[in-house]
Design a protein around this ligand. Structure first.
Ligand SMILES: Cc1ncc(COP(=O)(O)O)c(C=O)c1O
Length: 451
């Protein structure tokens, strides 16, 4: 590795050895020996082990330089090792751990105040957490307390996490099947309007299903008090609801006295061109959850709601009923405050919107007329290329095959959609024009040769 220079973050890919190179391959064998075998997929062609990450560039242990079009699961919106996060980590190094809900570290208070001010509500209150699923757990519990009804309405294609509560609201059978008996049965699933194949492109069928679930209750008979929805389905394949759908959903929630949780773990913090994606799509949530980009690479997430909702929790009598060891982790809180500063001072939402338009326009032009490309869509820096089979149905696994082939060309990409039929892009806002042009050209040629 000594002959490999740290990339600038703005570099184009440079593949020295076909990935995975010998060092990644050897580490894959070792990993297989010591990690539970369900966690990391290891095969002849996958994965590469990362050695460095800066801006949009990743260097693997074999010295290959990649351009990361995923922001590593949407986290590095400001780029990897963003200067603001690095400075925050240096400044915060004398307080690495605190006693979150007992003797709080000062940075926790600072972040709570910053998040409350960043939120859509003047009197917002916050529950901090470490990852997205954990923030969703907090929101679902808050929804049950505030509505007085435990049942939940979620959407087909949604991804809210894999902890027990969040998994109950995540419909994909692949994740649920082995644990079905342990999952809460009070979740009804409604269709999420499908941009490619819905008979009613305005989402009217989906709204009918929502209405009947709110009237008849969850499969186990529980009354539904909470609706949870991603403004744009992320892992579901960058599915953007049709105009008007979210506004109608919000009206239904009011009519049936249900609370809405907006899961903005992927869409929030500027990625979709606004601090939160909900308002621009007409969704009026009662609670919002954020994570991923919030910590700029440090693990932190939050559930935010106005006082009228959050005060459904009883006051603590000295023994909190919803907390954890790392709640309010000071180093993560310091990093998140720096990220919020950058999002606001550098107008990251507008930059994400402009860059997203350029990338979307480029991909649409390049992929126009290419066989099997059913749709190219995006909102800000959350984009998807959907592949269709000859019968118009999803082209199973083609997104995954394209992502795999793109790795050899120096692009890090991920598949999305319930059938791995979407290529998903959630790049950092630091992508240069040159990196965008290169990515569009490369994706075009990889898509053409990968069926
Ligand atoms: C919309 C959404 N909600 C929740 C989660 C779960 O977050 P985590 O993986 O941090 O638990 C994810 C993760 O991809 C997500 O995209």
């Amino acid at each position: 590795m000594s002959d490999v220079r740290t990339p600038s973050g703005r570099d184009l890919p440079s593949v020295r050895v076909h990935p995975p190179g010998p060092r990644s391959a050897e580490m894959g064998v070792r990993l297989h020996e010591v990690e539970s075998r369900n966690v990391t997929f290891v095969a002849e062609h996958w994965p590469v082990f990362w050695a460095e990450a800066v801006g949009a560039n990743i260097v693997d242990v074999d010295g290959n330089v990649f351009v990361d079009l995923t922001s590593a699961f949407g986290v590095a919106l400001l780029g990897h090792a963003s200067p603001c996060v690095q400075a925050a980590l240096r400044a915060g190094a004398t307080l690495i751990h605190g006693m979150g809900d007992i003797h709080p570290p000062a940075p926790k208070l600072e972040l709570l105040e910053r998040l409350a001010a960043f939120s859509p509500w003047p009197d917002a209150k916050v529950i901090l957490a470490t990852g997205g699923s954990e923030a969703v757990e907090g929101a679902l519990k808050t929804g049950a307390l505030a509505s007085g009804r435990p049942g939940v309405l979620a959407f087909e294609g949604a991804y809210h996490g894999l902890t027990a509560g969040s998994l109950s609201a995540t419909p994909r059978a692949h994740f649920r099947a082995p644990f079905e008996d342990r999952l809460y049965g009070g979740v009804a699933f409604a269709p999420f309007p499908d941009p490619v194949r819905d008979a009613t492109p305005d989402g009217a069928d989906a709204l009918d299903s929502v209405r009947s679930a709110l009237i008849s209750g969850a499969p186990n008979g529980d009354e539904i008090g909470t609706i949870i929805i991603e403004p744009v389905q992320a892992r579901g394949g960058a599915r953007i609801p049709p105009d008007g759908f979210m506004a109608e959903l919000s009206k239904l929630a009011v009519a049936y006295d249900a609370l809405i949780i907006a899961d903005e773990i992927m869409t929030g913090m500027g990625r979709c061109g606004a601090p939160f994606a909900s308002p621009s799509l007409g969704l009026e949530p009662d609670l919002v959850v954020v994570g991923k980009a919030l910590g700029g690479g440090m693990p932190i997430s939050a559930c935010i709601a106005p006082a009228r909702i959050m005060d459904a929790w009883p006051a603590s009598d000295g023994e909190a009923i919803h907390t954890s060891t790392f709640l309010g982790h000071p180093l993560s809180c310091t990093a998140a405050c720096a990220v919020l500063d950058t999002i606001q001072n550098d107008d990251i939402p507008s930059r994400a919107s402009k860059l997203g338009e350029t990338l979307l326009g480029g991909l649409r032009d390049r992929l126009d007329g290419v066989s099997g490309v059913g749709d190219v869509r995006g909102l800000g820096l959350l984009l998807g290329i959907e592949f269709v089979a000859g019968d118009g149905g999803p082209a199973h696994g083609r997104g995954a095959r394209v992502a795999e082939a793109a790795l050899s060309e120096g692009l890090i990409l991920l598949p999305g959609g319930d059938h791995g039929h979407v290529l998903e892009l959630t790049p950092p806002v630091t992508l240069t024009d040159e990196q965008v042009e290169h990515a569009v050209r490369t994706i075009g040629s990889v898509v053409e040769r990968t069926q």
